[in-house]
Design a protein around this ligand. Structure first.
Ligand SMILES: [Zn+2]
Ligand SMILES: [Zn+2]
Length: 295
């Protein structure tokens, strides 16, 4: 937009000093030879030539010395032609302005400008009004971004930062597919591709300290887990984390395969985790799942 204002302003400033604005158009075009038109008819033609001259300048063409309107030829005064050539260097229309101008070819070739100064003043006033309006509107990104698009795009790139509160496996839902916020009723967090071994987050059996090799999907509602100093039924734990769906989308055989994969990872890193969390390292649990687990 800066360029769209700069060029008319430069043109306006340079013709402002060239005498009476209303006479400008009449002055700069002189009929060639003797045409039989009266002054008013000639002036009407000159107004058209003025529009064509403005078109030539704004569309980045070289300014010719002759303009034709309704088969009458008009010579552009040498000093004006020279002035426009200088102007084209000093305030060279950019590609955008040239493009807009060319797109308006038919407008320029059918309109008339009888007072270039007033015409440009209108353009510039229009610009001022536009800028004023622009300034009064808050247009920083946060204001425009009423749909949290930025946050959702970040989520899409980084993935959801939430982790299963039980096994700490990252949520793998693409929350950006649904407009509501991550964790809200229709857009809950989930380990859709399956949870991790609970031992990976330090869960162990209460009495034997055996690391729990179960996955969140395998816990039954009436099973008790110990969270910090609290004993909770799994059903209650789920209520405490309503922003999560704890069921994965895996079928039983897929879940069994994933469990096997985790067990082979466990064989490699399990000992370290057991040391970190004070658990007893095992590769299978001797205890049933319905014994309280704690961490
Ligand atoms: Zn989990
Ligand atoms: Zn999530």
């Amino acid at each position: 937009t800066a360029e769209l204002c700069r060029v008319p302003k430069g043109l306006y400033d340079s013709i402002k000093v060239k005498g009476r604005a209303t006479k400008f158009v009449d002055d700069i075009f002189q009929p060639t030879g003797n045409n039989s038109l009266n002054a008013q008819q000639n002036f009407n033609n000159k107004r058209r030539c003025m529009a064509m001259l403005l078109f030539d300048y704004l569309s980045g063409q070289t300014i010719p010395s002759l303009y034709t309107s309704f088969e009458c030829r008009y010579k552009l005064k040498d000093d004006t032609q020279h002035a426009f050539a200088m102007l084209a260097q000093q305030y060279k229309p950019g590609i955008k302005l040239m493009g807009i101008t060319k797109a308006m070819t038919t407008v320029y070739h059918s309109c008339t400008i009888d007072n270039l100064s007033a015409f440009l003043q209108c353009v510039l006033q229009e610009k001022d009004a536009m800028l004023t309006e622009f300034d009064t509107q808050k247009c920083d990104f946060d204001t425009i971004d009423t749909q949290d698009t930025y946050a959702r795009l970040l989520d899409k790139i980084r993935g959801c930062p939430d982790r299963c509160p039980c096994c700490q496996r990252p949520c793998d839902v693409d929350h950006t597919l649904i407009k509501s916020n991550p964790g809200s009723e229709s857009n809950k967090h989930r380990c859709a591709t399956g949870h991790a071994l609970r031992a990976m987050n330090g869960y162990k059996f209460e009495e034997t300290d055996e690391a729990s090799l179960f996955m969140c999907e395998q816990i039954k509602d009436d099973q008790t887990i110990v969270v910090g100093s609290l004993r909770k039924r799994w059903s209650q734990f789920k209520l405490d984390h309503r922003d999560w769906v704890f069921e994965s989308l895996l079928k039983d055989d897929e879940l069994a395969r994933l469990n096997q994969k985790f067990l082979s990872i466990w064989a490699k890193i399990g000992r370290d985790l057991c040391q970190k969390y004070g658990m007893k390292f095992v590769t299978y649990n001797t205890q049933r799942i319905n014994v309280p687990e704690s961490y």
